[in-house]
Design a protein around this ligand. Structure first.
Ligand SMILES: [Zn+2]
Length: 264
């Protein structure tokens, strides 16, 4: 049995990027741990918040439930505040994750790594797929925390396969799926770069086709974030599986071309 630690910026980022791998690892008997940098304070606010309940409370509860359903053994919070999208005034708030010194955030994460002793650590690619400031910060902080750790876990970075996403959206357009209109992974995202990573630079493709049914249930736990998840959940299972049956990772230090494989 190994331990694998996934680091995410906001609750629900795990269901767009790594939930299939988390479920698969747990099913195989590995200890799966997830770390969230923020509570997603600037996400969508649901109409049914109870008196005294904050969006952070709700998202924390949703992430905890999602983790349980995924078989995750430990959920940790770095305790920072969501920084909002690139250019938002919330970027400047003192508690925002992007305002925290990278060394301080890395030290918090390194302390969790020292407790959990993961064999495999998973962060984000260099621009967090689309340039969200908190995602970029996760990339930096995970790299730095890994450097502070001895023995150093194997380090992977979750990404999106731009070539595959392009094919999927072309197929969806051809099939007349209205949601696919207006999306282009080659177009500049928030940070001016196209989405994710070209396949030629990706090292690992993970097959999580056996996990898609559970994965969808895990996604549904993040019910407050309707806009992000409802169109995915509305897809027939076959179409959902076409998008989420594989997950993609860079292995830090590797220059190998993409293999279909697994972390362990
Ligand atoms: Zn996010």
């Amino acid at each position: 049995m190994s331990t694998i630690m996934f680091v995410h910026a906001h609750p629900d980022d795990e269901v767009t990027l790594t939930a299939g791998s988390m479920i698969r690892a747990a099913e195989e008997g590995h200890r799966v741990v997830v770390v969230f940098a923020t509570h997603g304070e600037h996400g969508e606010v649901p109409a049914d918040l109870r008196p005294g309940e904050s969006l952070a409370d709700r998202r924390r509860a949703e992430a905890t439930r999602a983790a349980e359903l995924a078989g995750v053994a430990g959920v940790h919070w770095l305790g920072y505040c969501d920084s909002g999208m690139a250019g938002w005034e919330q970027n400047d708030h003192a508690e925002a994750f992007v305002q925290a010194p990278a060394a301080e955030a890395a030290a918090r994460l390194a302390a969790l790594i020292a407790d959990e002793r993961p064999d495999v650590l998973v962060g984000y690619d260099w621009h967090g797929n689309y340039g969200h400031p908190d995602h970029v910060r996760v990339h930096q902080v995970v790299r730095r925390a890994a450097e502070l750790t001895d023995p150093r876990p194997r380090l992977f970075e979750a990404t999106m396969n731009r070539d595959r996403v392009r094919e999927q959206f072309r197929a969806a357009l051809a099939a007349g799926t209205p949601e696919a209109e207006g999306f282009d992974p080659d177009r500049p995202m928030d940070d001016g770069n196209p989405l994710g990573t070209p396949e030629a630079e990706i090292n690992l493709q993970v097959d999580v086709s056996q996990q898609v049914v559970r994965r969808r249930e895990v996604m549904a736990c993040h019910a407050s974030q309707v806009t992000d998840i409802e169109s995915w959940l509305a897809l027939p299972l076959e179409s959902y599986a076409a998008v989420f049956a594989t997950e993609h990772y860079l292995e830090v230090g590797s220059s190998d071309s993409m293999r279909s494989g697994w972390f362990f």
